[in-house]
Write a protein that binds this ligand. Structure first.
Ligand SMILES: [Zn+2]
Length: 146
């Protein structure tokens, strides 16, 4: 993992990403479930150092430790995986968002604390409640608008 400090918003956003997949590794063919508290990880395509996509749900995937490590060492395959997952337009939108320095600045100003952390904590709690009454494997959540 990178040496970037994990903020409260990172923690709750990561919980949302993992809850979204029902705590299941999304690496093709893995599909192993790592219920909380667990070693499942929130894997960023564009690194957590890029604030524009740090809390972006399209940029993040649930992965077990082994597959997260593998993806980080195989950028070409990671890119192919993301293009397939998001589709050409979705992938282009993610690249554009990552390059949006104005947006990046707005997210950086949150410092990952306060309102943004509360927002993702709330989203996570809603997802957990929703899961109790849903048979859907994948549960979505809202984006934070800084
Ligand atoms: Zn895995």
């Amino acid at each position: 993992m990178s040496g970037i400090k994990v903020t409260p918003a990172d923690k709750y956003f990561g919980d949302c990403i993992k809850e979204r997949s029902d705590w299941t590794c999304e690496f093709p063919g893995c599909n192993r479930r790592y219920p909380p508290p667990s070693s499942l990880q929130c894997c960023h395509y564009f690194s957590r150092g890029d604030w524009s996509t740090r809390f972006n749900k399209e940029n993040c995937i649930s992965m077990c430790f082994a597959h997260h490590s593998w993806m980080d060492g195989h950028h070409h395959q990671f890119r192919e995986f993301m293009e397939k997952r998001l589709g050409p337009d979705g992938y282009a939108a993610l690249v554009a968002r990552n390059a949006d320095s104005v947006l990046g600045k707005k997210f950086k100003q949150t410092k990952g604390i306060g309102e943004i952390a509360k927002f993702f904590k709330g989203q996570y709690q809603q997802m957990v409640q929703f899961r109790l009454f849903s048979s859907e494997k994948i549960i979505d959540f809202e984006e934070y608008v800084p």
